[in-house]
Design a protein. Structure first.
Ligand SMILES: *Cc1c(COP(=O)(O)O)cnc(C)c1O
Length: 252
């Protein structure tokens, strides 16, 4: 069995490899690699390994559970944290205390709650959010349906303490390149059409994971969320059930 990376050197190599692949994907479509942010998805990775990852320059971490991020953050200085999993409204306060960016806002009720709590928790600082879109209307995934995104974005942008940075989606699992690409293209086209009516919508498109981030970059991703290609395979999580519950993208 291959030992998962844990030394700073091993993380430097893994980081360089992913950045090289991002750069190559950018070159194929004439983009600047500096316009692609790498979020290192650190769910199930313990704080000691994360300190090595941060020392290797992986300074933006993504977690799909509020509690796990809250538990690890005090032990991992020097990183910023993105919430990439579904957020229940009873955990909104904890999420605001823990995360710098909440990528998974998919309904207006949650946005309103974050907006209300922001003054108490953030004292003046706006909350950076992305709007999660279920591009393929896949019933196993969370996210707003494409037909509802327009009204949702308008509603969220009216909330003074939210800074709507853009859109996020989770690609299809275990599909070929063309199908993966179709989802990412769908998100980009949705963003283009939204911006015709809502020019102030932020520029971010968070899409692409270990299996498909290069395709996502070719289709315009400004944020890629990469876990296994940096940290190795994750142990199976029993409480999630098999596979892909809770937005956990581990295949099969
Ligand atoms: C786990 C997860 C990822 C990363 O998946 P990998 O296949 O490990 O790269 C990205 N986005 C979300 C929402 C996730 O839950």
């Amino acid at each position: 069995m291959i030992e998962p990376a844990s030394s700073v050197e091993a993380f430097r190599d893994a980081h360089a490899e992913v950045r090289d692949r991002i750069a190559a994907a950018c070159a194929r479509v004439g983009r600047d690699p500096a316009d692609v942010t790498l979020v290192a998805v650190s769910k199930t990775v313990d704080a000691a390994r994360l300190r090595s990852a941060v020392a290797a320059g992986l300074t933006i971490l993504g977690e799909n559970r509020v509690q796990e991020g809250a538990d690890k953050r005090p032990d991992v200085p020097g990183a910023s944290w993105h919430l990439i999993g579904p957020l229940q409204s009873n955990k909104a306060r904890r999420a605001l205390e823990t995360f710098d960016v909440i990528e998974s806002v998919a309904n207006l009720d949650l946005g309103e709650r974050l907006d209300r709590l922001a003054d108490e928790v953030r004292t003046g600082q706006r909350v950076q959010v992305l709007v999660q879109v279920n591009v393929d209307a896949d019933p196993s995934k969370s996210g707003a349906l494409p037909a509802d995104v327009d009204a949702l974005v308008v509603g969220l942008m009216a909330l003074p303490r939210l800074d709507v940075r853009g859109l996020m989606t989770i690609g299809r699992f275990g599909v070929g390149e063309d199908e993966a690409r179709a989802t990412f293209r769908g998100l980009r086209e949705l963003a283009v059409s939204l911006r015709q009516q809502i020019p102030d919508l932020g520029p971010e498109l968070s899409m692409g994971m270990s299996d498909d981030y290069e395709i996502a970059v070719e289709e315009g991703a400004t944020v890629v969320r990469v876990g296994r290609a940096l940290f190795g395979e994750r142990p199976h999580r029993h409480q999630d059930g098999p596979g892909r519950a809770m937005g956990d993208a581990a295949p099969g």
